[in-house]
Design a binder for this molecule. Structure first.
Ligand code: MSP
Length: 512
């Protein structure tokens, strides 16, 4: 079964920060999860390279826009590699293939009679690349997101007839599962109910954009161009640059994952553009919250960013991925706190999971000739029951992007197994030879629990997961989340390697 998911295409106005990495990690975890569930995943990410914001940045640096874009795109590619991002496509909107798709798409929309020349005036935020709904008589205004002055614009632009799609879009945004979470859905419903206005899709004052054929001096509005990057990605993947055969090749997307600030573009403008071009619309749009630092949105424009390279160098990639997905409720804003980060990772990974594994493999080696013991148990082991229950919560949470609940359930399972181990105290029981089988059953069951935990955490912390499976002498190639989670797959009498801590405890570094 195909599953296509996308991150936003990131502006290349500056180097990437962990706000952008957050969406990408969430998508990566979902992509890995779906692959482990047997789906054929198309995971799309990339960069959005045109527009005034990027033109100005290049001007400030006194280099050509394309040179600037090349530099920053490389940084994104390097970062995704370091952050274990398993994307299938990386699209650049400056690529010729993408430009061809934009032109073809425009022709379709034009043929539908949805383009006309009009006049646009209003207050514009270059940070958002968007007109703001502010009284035209205001003397001066500031963007609430970027804290930058808005600029007054008054120009001739090509317009897209969004208003024509009022009824279709109303129906779409009211559908049960199109927009998630519900709070965001309500915002969009209110926006749509207030009446959709046509929007401008070209600019005359922006050189760094795709020229609109037949309209001298007009370049495409960066959002019109960028959204189409999702479609050019599908074409790129299939080496087939045509809008005529997207179906069966991975379009429509199953889900667009984006930050809440760009929900309107994805849930309203984009579907209407696709309807006009007679193409399928995406199945779902998820708008997550912002990562904040000291409760302010972390961002390139505000400059309060955490450097992702330094973060990984200081703490390791698995730790960062774990913290971001475990501690933040995906729909809500979350403040990045270094002490909390260190505590959560140490508690969950080093203590709860790490110690469980380490203690149990050591006991197993000591009492069963270095091997995994053989379990002979006529009753279903209590840990097996707990694993089955956990898998239910884990799966239902993961599939709706509730990563924190999914990971909570895993930690609950590991805690339960730790408590069980302490209560059974096999180090006391082993002293009596008649108890050896009982101890064998328990040790085997805890090792099995560790194995299934390793598979469950694989989408979030892939490296750590493999380390655990190696310590259990379980083949980690071709793991999946169905057959591999059946109970009893650990090989009794298989050799256990010398136990090693799966991760060293993090030390808080006080320079952030
Ligand atoms: N280029 C557009 C998207 C076009 S999609 C066809 C854009 N780029 S962006 O680089 O400004 O933002 C990309 C994404 O990063 C957005 O979803 C935005 O919400 C997200 N984030 C930027 N800062 C963020 C945080 N501090 N926290 C979480 N996500 C953040 O918009």
């Amino acid at each position: 079964m195909k599953y296509t998911l996308t991150t936003p295409l990131y502006y290349v106005n500056d180097k990437p920060h962990i706000g952008s990495a957050y969406t990408t990690i969430a998508c990566d975890a979902q992509a890995r999860y779906k692959r482990l569930k047997g789906h054929k995943v198309i995971f799309i990410t990339g960069v959005d390279e045109h527009g005034q914001k990027i033109q100005r940045t290049a001007e400030q640096k006194k280099i050509e826009p394309i040179e600037h874009c090349n530099n920053i795109s490389q940084l994104y590619l390097k970062l995704w590699d370091k952050w274990d991002i398993s994307n299938d496509v990386f699209i650049r909107t400056s690529s010729q293939e993408h430009i061809n798709i934009v032109n073809d798409f425009f022709n379709r929309v034009f043929s539908s009679g949805d383009i006309y020349m009009g006049h646009q005036k209003g207050w514009y935020c270059v940070g958002c690349e968007e007109y703001k709904d502010i009284d035209e008589h205001a003397i001066e205004s500031t963007c609430p997101i970027h804290k930058q002055k808005l600029e007054w614009r008054d120009e001739e632009n090509l317009f897209f007839r969004l208003s024509k799609y009022q009824n279709e879009i109303e129906q779409l945004v009211n559908k049960e599962d199109f927009i998630y979470p519900i709070s965001r859905k309500n915002e969009i419903i209110n926006f749509v109910n207030s009446g959709l206005k046509d929007f401008s899709i070209s600019r005359v004052n922006v050189k760094w954009g795709i020229p609109v054929k037949g309209y001298k001096d007009h370049t495409f509005y960066v959002w019109f161009d960028a959204l189409l990057g999702y479609i050019s990605s599908i074409c790129k993947l299939n080496s087939n640059y045509s809008l005529d055969n997207l179906i069966d090749n991975g379009w429509p997307a199953d889900v667009h994952v984006i930050g809440k600030d760009i929900l309107r573009f994805h849930a309203v403008y984009w579907p209407a553009m696709l309807m006009s071009a007679n193409l399928e619309i995406p199945k779902k749009v998820i708008g997550h919250g912002f990562l904040t630092k000291d409760n302010l949105k972390m961002g390139k424009s505000l400059g309060n960013i955490i450097d992702p390279d330094k973060l990984v160098k200081d703490y390791g990639i698995d730790s960062v991925r774990w913290y971001l997905l475990k501690d933040f409720k995906f729909g809500s804003d979350g403040d990045f706190q270094f002490r909390r980060f260190v505590d959560i990772v140490n508690n969950d990974l080093a203590n709860t999971i790490g110690n469980l594994l380490n203690r149990t493999t050591s006991m197993s080696r000591k009492w069963f000739e270095g091997n995994i013991p053989e379990a002979i148990n006529s009753d279903t082991h209590i840990l097996q029951i707990k694993v089955v229950d956990t898998l239910k919560v884990y799966n239902s949470s993961f599939s709706i992007f509730d990563f924190s609940r999914a990971l909570d359930s895993v930690i609950e399972l590991a805690t339960f197994a730790n408590v069980y181990l302490n209560e059974q105290a096999p180090w006391k029981q082993i002293k009596l030879n008649s108890n050896k089988q009982l101890v064998a059953n328990d040790i085997y069951s805890i090792l099995e629990t560790c194995r299934i935990i390793a598979i469950m955490i694989n989408p979030v912390v892939p490296k750590l997961s493999i380390k655990i499976l190696n310590q259990l002498n379980f083949n980690s190639t071709d793991i999946n989340l169905t057959e591999c989670c059946y109970w009893g797959l650990l090989q009794s009498n298989a050799k256990l390697p010398t136990p090693e801590p799966i991760m060293n405890k993090l030390e808080f570094i006080d320079d952030n």
